[in-house]
Each structure stands twice: as structure tokens, then as C-alpha cells.
Design a protein around this ligand. Structure first.
Ligand code: AOS
Ligand code: ZN
Ligand code: ZN
Length: 396
């Protein structure tokens, strides 16, 4: 029998090792299709985005990697631009993580990128991904994240099956370009920017393509990319069983792909997801699951918005770690429905903030990273320093 004290100690150890990857695009101005509200002090280039991300790591100790989006974050400098970005990240105490390929801001891709009926457009999209692999070689990144905007708006607009065949072919070409230690992580989304079909709408489609590609292809689960009511933790459990959960894009949503702060809309769902992660022993740093944020901060400040999200993921994780799994297993096997549910809810109802404060302080970090950052003067400094130039928008 594990004692509550042992569970607490195991939780402390696991929390001290947990890392969350930040998206570079969360630090730029974002908005809706109606309006982007500019925020003073927002980065003007990828270097400043990384400096802001490093603030999140400095205060939480839990966010040592930054995902880049290509071409938004491409530093085109004949004299080793991306290497300079890598060096800048290292100076700031962080590293470049996943590379995201962008095939949604080019007129050629109106009717699809990797699925386009025109072989020349498909070639261009494949080439972009191969270029992303070169970027990865320069940055030391191991994961190429593919989220495709491809889809159709009207029944009959294009042949659903032909699009799948073209997708499989294009993905195979990209996969063939991977180094042995690289992975493709393939994201799905059920709607938007197209509304009749998406070419990778769900985890089943992503998984089928990954299985066809090989062991270096894994599914990415963005928590905002499901129909309302979908049981996301079930998908987590299933992908872990199959050994194909490569990464999360954490965010929260009330309606669509809202990209709000993780744990803000439905902290209980985040707990249920992390409960499956702990149950599947996938929290270990070497489990192959990369915990990333994919968010936009439209009305709130961006750096503290990221800090709050990291803290919310940590809280959900801490609660999941505190579940008395032996007692839960017994209750489940003996068919004691209410005891089993009660055991899960006991963990969810625990106030884990003191535990997390203790974990942080034992590592020389502030007990409350949000308050420490707000008191640091960083926002005032960048507001006065970052004048002139063009602020990074949702994108470049
Ligand atoms: C789009 O909805 C996806 O969530 C992608 O992960 C996308 O690349 C990201 O949101 C940045 O635009
Ligand atoms: Zn995403
Ligand atoms: Zn999304």
C-alpha cells in the first residue's frame, strides 16, 4: 500500500521533472477575424519572442523549449540566421523545440497543400516541409509538426478519397526525408479553415496515416480540435495504448478552436486528460509525449498568460499524481462505482497550490511565478524598449 506521504513525494519528484513547450506565436499580437488588438511591448522578431518565452521558463522552471513556426520564425540570414537564433535561445536559458510547418498563408494553397489536385502545388508544399527538416537540422529540433489547413467547403468540391491518396503520397515523401532521430507529429482538426471536410479531421485519420508512414510518425492531440462533448481522455488512453501519442497542443475552448489558456475553460477536463497520462506512465520525460501549449492571447497580456497556462497544466498534473491508484484499482475491480468515482474526485478536489509552491521553492523558483513575473518590471521594460519596427502579429 502506498501512503499519502509516498504519493505526495512521488508527485513532488514527477512535478520537478515535468516540462511544457511554449509556442512562439503566443507572444505576438493575436485576435479574431474581426479585430487584432495590439499590445504594447510585443516582440518584433523571433529573437524577442524567444526572450519573452524565456521569461516564462525563468519564473516557472518548467518551460525550457520554444516551438517555432516556419516561415514566420525563419531568420533568413546568409550568415547562419537560425544558428544565431539557437545561440540567442541558449543565452536566454531555453532551447528550440518543435518546428511547425506553415502551409496556410499562401495563395497557392487555397484548394489544399499536401492534398491539392495540382501536382505543382503539392510539390511546393512537400518542398516546404523538406526545408523545415533543414531548419530542424540547424536548430537541433527533433519533431516536425504538421497541421494542415486542407479541406473543402462543399459536397462534391473535390474527391474525398483522391485527397486522402494524395495526402498519403505527400506525407510519405516528407517522411522519407526524416533523419533517424526525427519524428513527424501529425495534428488533426475537425473544422476550420474549411467547413465541409478537413483532410485530417480526427485522431483516427491521423493515426491511420501515421501507421502507414512508420514508427517515426505520431499523432498530435490539440485539445481544442474536437466536436463539443468529445471524450478527449478516451482518445488519450487509446493513443497511448497504440504507442502513437506524440504530443499535445494544450489550450481551452468554450465553443470552437478558441485557443484560450489551458485549464481556463474546463480544468476538470484537463485533470481527466492528465489522469490518463499518469495512468499510462506517459509523464516520464522519455515517454515520447511532448506537452506543448498552442494558444493565442487576444485580450490578456501574453507572457503572464503563458505563465498562468503552465501553472494550470502543473495543477492538473499534480492532482492526477495524487490519485490513490491502488485504492482506485480495488474499487474498480470490485465494482464499487461510487467509491471509484469518489477516489478520483478526492484527488481533483485537493488544493495542490501549496504542494507546487514547495516544489518550486525547493528548486530556487518563486512560489507564485505569475506574481513574481508581474512584480519583475519586465513588461514595463519591454514596453519602453520595443519601440519602432513592426510587432509580430499572429504569425510573422
Ligand atoms: C491550428 O488550428 C492548429 O492548432 C495548429 O497547431 C497551428 O499551427 C497553430 O495554431 C498556429 O497557428
Ligand atoms: Zn494546434
Ligand atoms: Zn488549433
Amino acid at each position: 500500500m502506498t501512503t499519502p506521504e509516498q504519493r505526495r513525494q512521488d508527485a513532488v519528484d514527477a512535478l520537478a521533472q515535468q516540462t511544457i513547450e511554449l509556442p512562439s506565436w503566443a507572444f505576438g499580437n493575436a485576435g479574431t477575424r474581426f479585430k487584432v488588438f495590439p499590445t504594447a511591448g510585443v516582440p518584433r522578431d523571433p529573437f524577442e519572442k524567444i526572450s519573452d518565452a524565456a521569461q516564462v521558463h525563468r519564473h516557472t522552471g518548467a518551460a525550457p523549449r520554444v516551438s517555432l513556426h516556419i516561415p514566420w520564425d525563419l531568420v533568413d540570414d546568409a550568415d547562419g540566421g537560425m544558428e544565431k537564433l539557437v545561440a540567442h535561445a541558449a543565452d536566454e536559458g531555453v532551447a528550440i523545440g518543435t518546428i511547425n510547418s506553415n502551409v496556410f498563408q499562401d495563395d497557392d494553397y487555397k484548394l489544399g497543400s499536401l492534398t491539392n489536385a495540382d501536382p505543382a502545388v503539392r510539390r511546393k508544399a512537400v518542398q516546404h516541409h523538406l526545408r523545415c527538416l533543414d531548419v530542424m537540422r540547424a536548430t537541433g529540433s527533433k519533431d516536425l509538426k504538421i497541421w494542415l489547413p486542407d479541406g473543402t467547403n462543399y459536397p462534391g468540391q473535390d474527391d474525398i478519397r483522391d485527397r486522402q491518396d494524395r495526402l498519403a503520397e505527400s506525407l510519405a515523401e516528407i517522411y522519407a526525408g526524416l533523419d533517424p532521430d526525427m519524428r513527424i507529429v501529425l495534428e488533426y482538426k475537425f473544422f476550420e479553415p474549411y467547413f465541409y471536410t478537413m483532410d485530417i479531421p480526427d485522431w483516427g485519420t491521423s493515426l491511420l496515416h501515421c501507421l502507414a508512414l512508420g514508427e517515426q510518425a505520431m499523432v498530435v492531440l490539440d485539445t481544442g480540435h474536437h466536436a463539443p462533448g468529445t471524450n478527449i481522455e478516451f482518445i488519450v488512453a487509446q493513443l497511448l495504448r497504440a504507442g502513437r501519442l506524440g504530443a499535445f497542443d494544450f489550450n481551452s475552448r468554450f465553443y470552437g478552436d478558441d485557443d484560450l489558456m489551458a485549464g481556463a475553460a474546463d480544468p476538470f477536463q484537463l485533470f481527466r486528460i492528465m489522469n490518463e497520462i499518469v495512468r499510462g506512465d506517459a509523464l516520464r520525460p522519455d515517454s515520447g509525449v511532448n506537452f506543448m501549449l498552442d494558444q493565442c492571447h487576444n485580450v490578456e497580456e501574453k507572457v503572464p498568460g503563458q505563465i498562468r497556462s503552465v501553472m494550470n497544466v502543473q495543477e492538473a498534473t499534480a492532482k492526477a499524481l495524487l490519485v490513490d491508484r491502488e485504492a482506485l484499482g480495488e474499487a474498480q475491480r470490485s465494482g464499487d462505482v461510487l467509491a471509484a468515482n469518489g477516489l478520483l474526485m478526492d484527488a481533483y478536489s485537493t488544493d495542490v497550490r501549496p504542494l507546487l509552491a514547495e516544489v518550486r521553492e525547493s528548486r530556487g523558483l518563486p512560489a507564485d511565478p505569475y506574481r513574481a513575473f508581474m512584480a519583475s518590471g519586465y513588461l514595463d521594460r519591454v514596453r519602453s524598449e520595443r519601440v519602432g519596427g513592426t510587432q509580430a502579429g499572429w504569425g510573422a
